[in-house]
Design a protein around this ligand. Structure first.
Ligand code: GAP
Length: 597
């Protein structure tokens, strides 16, 4: 297991990620992915897209990252997307007040749920000190701090806007158009991969908690009464679950079960959430998460976001701590209802009945010539109140008079003036607000998990060799090609032609002719390149006998194989059609190390 320091050092030295803007002193919470990191992140995103967009039959969109204020008034982020802030008067450092409590008080795991006043009280009661300078924090106020980055759209005072704190809102606000694209048919799923921004109070642990990060989100729109997920596809998938009940129990344990059993036993109440946990389990395994260091944990009630009715997190173990790498929330109709209330657009779908229904509709058609003189300016409100009463309680119109109450005042109207009637209407369907189930993945945290879980060391010739055992699909580079020595033009020509040939076959190749061959292997091991190909004198033959050395990263095993076979064999390995072990059975093994320069 890598220490955080070792991994951060490797990440910086080998170009995975490093603090951004270091030339100007750095900016906390912002990271640049270097060439290896950007390639790794891209591969994670491609694998996610392949699973959650293509294989599940969903559609992907790309919405703007800046959105106007009304979007976040509607979504609830303006009011509710806060963390608890406490500032040290001595050194000026800001801290998450709830995290200070969780770190200091053994039996409090979810201090956010306690509210600002109680957290302030607990900081006083426990005499908590500033983690940065040690000054007393007892007298400092705790306040809610909104995490959104505010901006202004257009010149001058412009229109207030915010950088989106989740990619999801870009999907929800476009629902009226997306539903048309889906021909109004539920269920359908929309995905988006892109940046999200949160002005975190204390960004920390490298790329784990940052202020700009990439999310990969799927918003699955369903009819809660009709639509069921294809649970049979994942019912046998084995998962490790940590539900609320076990988190509350003194001797709480993980539950090792299958997705099917978890639904049958009501451990996971939403079959849709269960379905996505099953799909995600397979995906994490495929991209190389160590499944012995992985679990699904249900949110405690105080932990859930303002929109979530239930939520499970995918968590990975990193350096002895569990971190959330994805959330699977049942958002209900919260988002679409809110956007429907706050905008002019319609956030519903028309659900056609199997058979048209005949319904009785109670209505009034008040005689305004009578209501006007009697009630003056209130006549319009009285007419509206009569209509509302007709719909809610038609029997109220049985007598000679009917009464309605408006702002505490009673208005009495002759039933004849109200003109009450019941009409029969044929309805073909109704407008319903879909529910949303949302798998939401943090790409940076997935990348970090993969690096941590892939980090390996072994002893070679009394030296420690560090290598990243990344899944071939995810590794930044597929193959590195080297000429054995760097001062032989003929070898260099053949090796660089071979690199081009492999690239033309769709394989990502790094060509390297600098330094000793041993060093070049070490460099590729440290960035997780699954295979290295070395061209030596036997690669100069120019006929069927021409061979090169193929070295596999984890075992450091080397084979000699004809250069003519190389591209096809590697393609088969990368496509998952062949294992390196099959190649070992068919080609000559090289025991002597060709790696010395
Ligand atoms: N739309 C739902 C949503 O945004 P979330 O749990 O707040 O849910 C989803 O975020 C994922 O985004 C998390 O599981 C995590 O992987 C990632 N994430 C959230 N905040 C982050 C931060 N400050 N830095 C890095 N990743 C973050």
């Amino acid at each position: 297991m890598a220490s955080q320091q070792a991994l951060t050092e490797l990440a910086k030295r080998r170009g995975f990620f490093f603090g951004a803007n270091e030339a100007y002193g750095g900016t906390a919470g912002f990271y640049t992915f270097g060439p290896e990191g950007a390639a790794l992140k891209r591969n994670v995103e491609s694998a996610w897209r392949e699973q959650f967009t293509l294989r599940l039959g969903n559609e992907e969109i790309e919405a703007p990252t800046v959105m106007p204020e009304p979007v976040f008034e509607a979504s609830g982020h303006l009011d509710g997307f806060d963390d608890m802030l406490i500032e040290c008067a001595e050194c000026g450092e800001s801290h998450r007040a709830d995290h200070l409590i969780e770190d200091a008080v053994a039996d409090i795991e979810d201090a956010e749920a306690l509210g600002v006043d109680r957290v302030e009280e607990l900081i006083r009661d426990h005499d908590l000190a500033c983690p940065t300078c040690g000054a007393d924090l007892a007298g400092e106020p705790v306040e809610d701090f909104n995490l959104m980055f505010e901006t202004s759209i257009g010149p001058g005072s412009g229109q207030p806007g915010y950088l989106r704190p989740e990619t999801a809102q870009g999907i929800f606000v476009e629902f009226p158009r997306l539903k048309e694209y889906a021909r109004g048919q539920l269920p359908f799923g929309i995905t988006q991969i892109g940046p999200a921004y949160r002005n975190e109070i204390s960004p920390r642990r490298g790329i784990i908690r940052v202020r700009e990060f990439t999310q990969a989100e799927l918003e699955q729109f369903i009819d809660p009464e009709e639509d069921e997920p294809p649970l049979e596809a994942v019912e046998d998938v084995e998962v490790t679950l940590y539900p609320v009940s076990e988190q509350h129990a003194d001797d709480g344990e993980y539950i090792e079960t299958t997705i099917g059993e978890a639904v049958d036993d009501a451990i996971i109440t939403s079959p849709w959430v269960a379905y996505f946990l099953g799909v995600a389990q397979g995906w994490y395994e495929r991209v190389g998460v160590d499944m012995d260091r992985f679990r699904f944990r249900q949110h405690l009630s105080g932990e859930r976001a303002h929109y979530a009715a239930d939520c499970w997190d995918a968590e990975s173990e990193i350096g002895g701590n569990w971190i959330e790498i994805a959330g699977f929330a049942y958002r209900g109709d919260y988002d679409l209802t809110k956007h429907g209330e706050h905008s002019e657009d319609r956030f519903t779908v028309f659900k056609r009945y199997d058979e048209p229904k005949t319904v009785e509709t109670a209505t009034v058609d008040p005689d305004m010539a009578a209501l006007g003189p009697e009630f003056g300016g209130a006549a319009g409100d009285v007419a509206d109140a009569l209509q509302a009463l007709a719909e809610s309680d038609p029997d109220a119109f049985d007598g000679d008079e009917v009464t309605v109450e408006i702002d505490g005042e009673i208005y009495t109207v002759d039933t004849e003036v109200a003109n009450f009637s019941v009409e029969e209407q044929t309805e073909n369907g109704e407008h319903i607000t879909p529910h949303v189930v949302e798998p939401s993945f943090g790409v940076g945290r997935t990348v970090y998990t993969l690096l941590e879980h892939a980090y390996s060391e072994d002893e070679v010739d009394d030296e420690t060799r560090t290598y990243l055992s990344l899944a071939p699909e995810i590794a930044p580079t597929d193959v590195a090609v080297f000429p054995l020595v760097s001062n032989d033009d003929a070898l260099i020509d053949v090796a660089s032609d071979l690199a081009d040939e492999l690239r033309a076959a769709g394989i990502s190749v790094s060509y390297d002719d600098s330094g000793s061959i041993g060093r070049r292997y070490r460099r590729q091991d440290e960035v997780g390149t699954p295979f290295c190909v070395t061209v030596d004198q036997d690669g100069l033959e120019g006929d069927d006998e021409t061979t090169v050395t193929l070295r596999e990263r984890d075992s450091a095993a080397q084979l000699r194989l004809p250069v003519a076979d190389l591209a096809a064999e590697l393609e088969a390995v990368f496509d998952g059609d062949r294992e390196f072990a099959d190649l070992q059975d068919r080609y000559e093994r090289v025991d002597t190390d060709v790696t010395t320069d």
